[in-house]
Design a binder for this molecule. Structure first.
Ligand code: ATP
Ligand code: MG
Length: 434
């Protein structure tokens, strides 16, 4: 049987990152790395695949993710149920337990990479997307909760992002949630007639999530529901007050959103989201919160923790709306050459330039000067170095400025000039764009 390869394409909702777009990603990653190091967070990495039970236990059975978004399949060799990670926290906590990371001190860690959710693809919502995940393990807060929020505010500043705002809430502790849950179920039962299919299904399994609905017909009902806040004890209130106080002290504006529950089951106390109105329906760029029960629930010795995840596609989308992202050209110098002697000289010139830290593309293959210049232009290089046999014999090269050095040559025709071969590195260093 012959196969039809003409229709090969990527899986829906899973995107290729092409070279023209990758510069902005790498730039974002550089800023993120710098930002995280300012707060003492260290990089770690966990596998893309985990046992399914890690997520069903860690995320909660009655969540969008576990109910309908996971890519789960059985290992063809031994039948194990495996899942492509839909988020990072469960895997990071599994690794922390497995390797006793919390044995003698708390850990500030981060990780990033692709995560997978079977959702309906649209702008800002993909089936493979990328998150940056930040976790402070073994710290009880509220100081660290607030630091995480202050820290994100600094990231927006470092990137020059505007139009993003903070929503805060507290989910209290499980006993408080239980008392609230009883009251909430009673309320939902009284309003059964406005509940949609999801709402009815979750009425008894996860009533808090019923309030997280996006269904317009259910908004009034959700707004009038009993508030968890009214069921909180002194300690939970004090924790939340302390977080709010620190965030206030840092001059960060926020609104308290009592209906914010977050998509995952494991949160308690502080939860927060950074939202924007610049990305259409997919408004949340960053979400986080405290999950003091998770480590123990996954088999570790009980320890508190707080974490957050940033959706990188959404962050990049927002960033590019706020600032013009300038990326490095593919090279600073493009080396054009013709003839055997020139090619050999071009090789050594290119290496000498690279020794000096200059990025160089050496024209590969044989082509006319004209078509080599076209490539030089397309490369974005500031300078073309031209090597021809007769000039080399005189110990010189031609150099053409393809893009004016900022400020200096504006309006002046970009010239071609002769430079001594042994002065070439020096000349290029003085004339590349900074
Ligand atoms: P949403 O309400 O938009 O579905 P969520 O609550 O499911 O978000 P989290 O599980 O908190 O999201 O994930 C953290 C971040 O990852 C989100 O704030 C968002 O920026 C991003 N994100 C979530 N799902 C997707 C997706 N399918 N495609 C792209 N980014 C996503
Ligand atoms: Mg979701």
């Amino acid at each position: 049987m012959t196969q039809d390869f003409s229709k090969l394409s990527a899986i829906r909702g899973m995107n290729d990152l092409l070279p023209d777009a990758s510069g902005a990603w790498l730039k974002l990653e550089n800023v993120l790395t710098k930002w995280l190091s300012l707060y003492g967070y260290r990089y770690m990495r966990t596998p893309v695949l985990e046992h399914t039970r890690l997520f069903t236990r860690g995320i909660g059975e009655v969540t969008d993710i576990v109910e309908k978004e996971m890519y789960t399949f059985s290992d063809a060799l031994n039948g194990d149920s495996l899942t492509l990670r839909p988020e990072f926290t469960a895997g990071v906590v599994r690794a922390a337990i497995e390797h006793h990371l919390l044995y003698d001190r708390p850990q500030r860690v981060y990780t990033s990479g692709p995560v997978f959710r079977h959702e309906r693809p649209q702008r800002g919502r993909y089936r493979q997307f990328h998150q940056l995940d930040v976790e402070a393990l073994g710290l009880a807060g509220p100081d660290i909760d607030a630091e995480m929020i202050v820290m994100t505010q600094r990231l927006w500043q470092m990137l020059g992002i505007e139009g993003i705002s903070l929503e805060l809430n507290t989910l209290g502790q499980s006993a408080e949630r239980l008392a609230h849950r009883t009251a909430l179920i009673e309320y939902l039962e009284r309003h059964r007639h406005v509940l949609d299919e999801d709402g009815l299904r979750r009425l008894y399994t996860n009533p808090l999530r019923v309030l997280d609905t996006k269904n317009p017909a259910m908004q009034d009902m959700a707004n009038g529901a009993p508030k968890l806040f009214d069921f909180l004890g002194i300690e939970s209130r004090a924790h939340f007050d302390a977080v709010c106080q620190s965030v206030d002290d840092s001059g960060i504006a926020y609104v308290i959103n009592p209906r914010m529950v977050r998509g995952l089951d494991y949160y308690n106390l502080t939860v927060f989201e950074w939202v924007t109105d610049r990305l259409g329906a997919q408004a949340t760029v960053c979400g986080g919160g405290r999950y003091d029960g998770l480590i123990e629930m996954l088999g570790g010795r009980a320890a508190p923790a707080v974490g957050m995840a940033i959706g990188l596609e959404r962050l990049l989308d927002l960033w590019s709306q706020c600032v013009q992202i300038v990326v490095e050209p593919e090279c600073q110098v493009y080396v054009v050459h013709q003839g055997e002697t020139a090619h050999r000289e071009a090789l050594s010139v290119s290496e000498r330039l690279r020794d000096a830290g200059i990025t160089v593309v050496l024209h590969a293959g044989q082509a006319s000067f004209k078509s080599q210049f076209k490539r030089a232009d397309a490369s974005g290089a500031a300078i073309a170095v031209i090597l021809a046999s007769d000039e080399i014999a005189q110990g010189v090269a031609s150099v053409k400025l393809l893009r004016a050095k900022a400020g200096e040559l504006e309006g002046v025709a970009l010239s071609q000039q002769i430079v001594e071969l042994d002065q070439l590195v020096h000349f290029v260093q003085n004339n590349i764009l900074v």
